[in-house]
Write a new protein. Structure first.
Length: 401
């Protein structure tokens, strides 16, 4: 019987399968090859995680399936060691006597990518002050945007990707547990968030050991915090950290995650500091019902829009639309927001293997915000919630000493 080896890392065989699909996309688009500049696309196809800067980096594949990384000299060894590719082309620096795109043009010609080219953008994006001519102008050819089929491929997760998301959920759970434990009246949000995040990260590193890789530009380790969604500020869905001091009666909206080889889950909860008021209880119950309805509505072949429609019907039935601010959820994986979206404007059919956050929220300026978010895997038979932190009000009511 062959030996079965378990690893957190995506295998070379899976990267090869992903690239076979990318080669099929090249054929479907009728292009001579593709050039990808998006850091998450590059990570998805070759496992090379890097920090995007003003220095152009790209992944190239031609019609024959030959693969190359295009990097600055400072990233050459890094790319050779980490990327599942055939060779590395490099330039000295940006800016320099020769513009990096001149080297890219030469590389594309060497790989017989000279006619129509598939790309995620017409040239390297203007990151951190970068400037350069469009790829279409430099190559004197048509650039075909290839984002849509790539996003479609990334939206359906493999078993290995789901395993990474489940591992992320474990450490998000620990970080959130510590966050709830340390939240007290009179303490600041930054102190509590850093303490919970640091302890959870150290526990994760001790448990997983040297095989762990971050590979994420969003989080350094396991994290849990409030990001300013405290008290009335909880009514701002995307508030920013302000070092607010907790007070009795606050509505608290949390967030927790952990990067595991680049994959991130999402866990959010609404907590109440002290005995909840009747209004807080009522809005919490509505929020709970909305999220439950949405999770139960997830099933293969149903359009994403249908889930959001069902949720909005609940809003309308209970006169809650004044407190609605965003769609029901989105897919998640290498990015903490991916598509498709659980929104009335997105009619993408749900497929088994898609992983969604489910997070309908209620936001009342004079009271606060109410939102749980869970990471949910769509299966052939429905949906599986892989974040497992308690959702009920009793478990999320914090005592006041």
């Amino acid at each position: 019987m062959p030996l079965s080896i378990t690893s957190l890392k995506i295998t070379d065989a899976e990267y090869a399968q992903r690239n076979q699909r990318l080669q099929a996309i090249i054929d479907e688009l009728g292009v001579s090859g593709v050039v990808l500049f998006d850091a998450d696309y590059i990570k998805y196809y070759v496992g090379f995680a890097f920090i995007p800067t003003e220095r152009p980096i790209g992944y190239i594949m031609n019609k024959a399936g030959e693969r190359a990384m295009f990097v600055p000299r400072m990233e050459t060894e890094h790319a050779k060691a980490m990327a599942a590719i055939d060779h590395v082309a490099y330039y000295l620096e940006y800016p320099d006597m020769r513009h990096p795109m001149e080297i890219l043009v030469e590389t594309l010609h060497e790989m017989n990518i000279t006619e129509a080219i598939g790309a995620d953008s017409d040239g390297y994006p203007w990151i951190f002050g970068y400037r350069g001519d469009p790829l279409s102008q430099l190559m004197n050819t048509e650039i075909i945007n290839c984002r849509a089929p790539i996003e479609d491929q990334m939206a359906v997760k493999s078993d290995a990707e789901i395993a990474l998301l489940k591992e992320s959920s474990k450490w998000a759970n620990l970080a959130h547990m510590l966050l709830q434990k340390y939240t007290k009246v009179g303490v600041g949000e930054v102190e509590v968030s850093q303490r919970a995040s640091n302890e959870a990260t150290l526990a994760m590193l001790d448990t997983i050991g040297p095989i762990w890789r971050n590979n994420s530009s969003y989080y350094e380790g396991a994290v849990a915090g409030y990001r300013g969604q405290i008290g009335r500020n909880a009514a701002i869905p995307h508030a920013l950290t302000s070092n607010i001091v907790f007070q009795e009666g606050d509505v608290l909206v949390t967030g927790a995650s952990a990067p595991i080889w680049g994959y991130v889950s999402e866990l959010e909860r609404t907590m109440i500091l002290g005995t909840p008021s009747d209004d807080q209880k009522r809005m919490f119950e509505h929020m709970f019902n909305l999220q439950t309805l949405a999770m139960e509505a997830l099933e293969p072949e149903k359009p994403c829009s249908a889930v959001d429609t069902e949720v909005r019907k609940y809003f309308e039935k209970h006169d809650l639309m004044p407190y609605w601010k965003h769609h029901t959820g989105h897919t998640i994986g290498l990015r903490y927001h991916e598509g498709p979206f659980l929104d009335i404007g997105d009619h993408t059919p749900i497929q088994a293997g898609m992983v969604f956050t489910v997070e309908p929220g209620l936001y009342i300026p004079e009271l606060g915000g109410f939102r749980h978010s869970d990471t949910v895997v769509v299966t052939e038979n429905g949906a599986e919630m892989i974040t497992y932190y308690p959702r009920d009000l009793a478990s999320l009511t914090l005592p006041v000493d």
